[in-house]
Design a protein around this ligand. Structure first.
Ligand SMILES: Nc1ncnc2c1ncn2[C@@H]1O[C@H](COP(=O)(O)OP(=O)(O)OP(=O)(O)O)[C@@H](O)[C@H]1O
Ligand SMILES: [Mg+2]
Length: 313
């Protein structure tokens, strides 16, 4: 971590929050730099929403310190609310409120609000401005909540389960939208259950499990840290003995199953070395593909115990 206090959007040290005897957040510390897209991932019940609610000032912490944009969320709540945007995981609006009325209402809460029609355009719901909330599809409601979170042009926006319920097109346009927020110099704090989303979008990811931080780094470093193997799979056009491939640097395992071959190992040059060796041996191959570790593998490896216990810790 190189973030300094002067540039940090969020500073958390030793944060704790219990519900009765359950330590939902059990002493976590991290910083989020200004202009970062920071993601928090973890199994159901890991404590993500509880953490976010403490950062937003919606929930009082039991211990630790929190600074958000230099402010203390509970004591400086009124000022903080002007400067942050909040998309709640479980949001609700009156059924009969119209989309434009909701935006006008939320805009009226702030000293400074942006004109919201362009926001609706960007979120692809401009055509729904006169629709009643109850008539919106799940994904449309989600987009509306994101529009509401952005209506005060916040310096820092919290998006709890950004794209849950969105179709693949809407998900990708949401990624563009989030990158656009970051590119305008704002900070984004999000949670997601889609590891591909975290990998594509986040500058850094915090993996949380049972109230604790189990890892925090860039997606690429997290994947690298797993030290997991890459596998090259292919079909050869003739039978050959793959045993010599096992002596290539980085190769750990070679398997043959009929005309199908699997070569596993580590190292940046693994695939290049295997392909060159096949070429030199005069083996022609097809149906080549690779299996590479990704953030989902990191998540599964680091939170394995939670799965064994059914998710809740
Ligand atoms: N208001 C509450 N009262 C009592 N327990 C709660 C309350 N809110 C959350 N919990 C418990 O605290 C733990 C953490 O919940 P939290 O909602 O923070 O998890 P999460 O990581 O956001 O999970 P999800 O991925 O399912 O949204 C869970 O065990 C949950 O049951
Ligand atoms: Mg949650």
């Amino acid at each position: 971590m190189t973030t300094t206090t002067a540039t940090a959007a969020i500073e958390v040290a030793g944060l704790r929050k219990s519900y009765g005897r359950l330590a939902a957040v059990d002493g976590i510390s991290f910083e989020v730099g200004r202009g970062e897209i920071f993601g928090m991932v973890g199994p159901n019940g890991a404590g993500k929403t509880t953490t976010i609610e403490c950062l937003e000032g919606l929930r009082g912490a039991d211990g630790g310190t929190i600074r958000v944009l230099g402010l203390e969320p509970r004591a400086d709540g009124a000022e903080l609310r002007e400067r942050i945007g909040v998309q709640l995981q479980q949001s609700a609006l009156p059924d009969d409120i119209k989309v434009w009325e909701a935006l006008d209402l939320f805009a009226s809460y702030y000293r400074k609000a942006v004109p919201w029609p362009p926001l609706l355009e960007r979120l692809g719901i401009a055509g729904k401005r006169n629709a009643r909330f109850e008539k919106l599809s799940g994904g449309m409601k989600q987009r509306l909540f994101i529009a509401l979170a952005l209506v005060n042009d916040p310096e820092l926006v919290f998006l709890d389960e950004l794209t849950t319920g969105l179709d693949p097109h809407a998900r990708r346009s949401m990624w563009d939208l989030v990158r656009g927020i970051r590119d305008r110099g704002k900070t984004v704090f999000l949670t997601t259950h889609f590891m591909e989303e975290a990998e594509q979008l986040c500058d850094r990811v915090l993996v949380m499990d049972r109230g604790r931080v189990v890892a925090m780094d860039s997606p690429a470093n997290l994947v690298r840290g797993l030290g997991a193997e890459t596998t090259l799979l292919f079909v050869a056009d003739r039978d050959f003995d793959p045993a010599p491939l096992a002596s290539l640097p980085g190769v750990t395992r070679v398997e043959k199953n009929g005309e199908r071959y699997r070569v596993s190992g580590t190292g940046e040059r693994l695939i290049c070395l295997v392909v060159n060796a096949l070429d030199e041996a005069g083996v022609r191959f097809r149906d080549v593909h690779t299996e590479r570790p990704d953030l989902e593998d990191v998540f599964l490896a680091l939170t394995r115990d939670s799965r064994a216990q059914g998710g809740e810790g």
